[in-house]
Design a protein around this ligand. Structure first.
Ligand code: URA
Length: 244
């Protein structure tokens, strides 16, 4: 594992001890010690994995990575920066933004639901690598109900307008007799893939919500635009599922 060396002020600010200015004040008060020695200089470099860091005698528990589950609202793009659009990262509190998380995979601006944000590039890569075949389940609302033939076609794989042949999808009917609202599970992540798959059958997706990615399920308690850190179990399950 790479060694983490950080400036004291950046570290404390990133851990929610206030803005850099507030951290400076805290340091002035001799509140911070490194291996028992008071440190007042914000530029002082520490290794949070090896050094004993304390604020007013209480241990500062540093973590390198952050894993956030968001219920993405419509109207935000899945990016860290955008010149025109609002980004999902703007919905994060400063103390979380300081970890510099980025969205794992993309949801369209009008798509809602499960979005993982992390600064763990390795996990992000594993979850988005086509080789890992990670299931993504979406709740789809259509303008016109699908037919049995549409469902069979999507389950077999369809040819998109650019010639790409999709792998077989799994379709789950939610309410018997109502084919205008379905769950679809795919393992790929081509641009607008779900919308384009239904388009091949002459159906338009009017609403799309991601419910699951691998072992991670959208927490139904999370309101749109809200987020929380993954539980330890959720994180371990995700890591173990794709660690090979
Ligand atoms: N497929 C789409 O068409 N859009 C998304 O946002 C995700 C999957």
């Amino acid at each position: 594992m790479r060694e983490v060396i950080l400036r004291t002020d950046k570290l404390l600010a990133s851990m929610g001890y206030g803005s850099r200015k507030e951290v400076k004040k805290l340091l002035k008060k001799s509140a911070f010690t490194v291996n028992g020695e008071t440190v007042k200089d914000g530029k002082f470099h520490v290794n949070p994995e090896n050094d004993l860091l304390e604020i007013f005698g209480e241990r500062v528990d540093y973590k390198e990575f952050i894993y956030l589950m968001m219920n993405k609202p419509a109207g935000y793009v899945s990016a860290t920066e955008d010149k025109v659009e609002k980004t999902v990262v703007e919905l994060l509190e400063t103390k979380h933004q300081l970890y510099e998380p980025f969205p794992v995979g993309r949801l369209d601006k009008d798509t809602t639901g499960l979005l993982l944000l992390t600064n763990d590039g390795k996990l992000a890569h594993q979850l988005t690598s086509p080789k890992k075949k990670v299931d993504k389940t979406y709740l789809v609302y259509l303008d016109i109900p699908a037919s049995e033939e549409d469902i069979l076609a999507l389950e077999r794989g369809v040819t998109l307008e650019d010639g790409y042949e999709t792998k077989p999808a799994k379709i789950h009917i939610i309410t018997e007799g109502d084919l205008s609202k379905l769950n679809i599970t795919i393992q790929e992540g081509k641009y607008h893939q779900v919308k384009r798959m239904f388009q091949t059958q002459g159906k338009r997706v009017v609403k799309l919500e991601r419910k699951r990615m691998g072992s991670l399920h959208l927490d139904l308690e999370l309101e749109k635009g809200h987020y929380r850190e993954l539980t330890e179990k959720e994180l371990i399950d995700l890591q173990q599922g794709y660690s090979q």
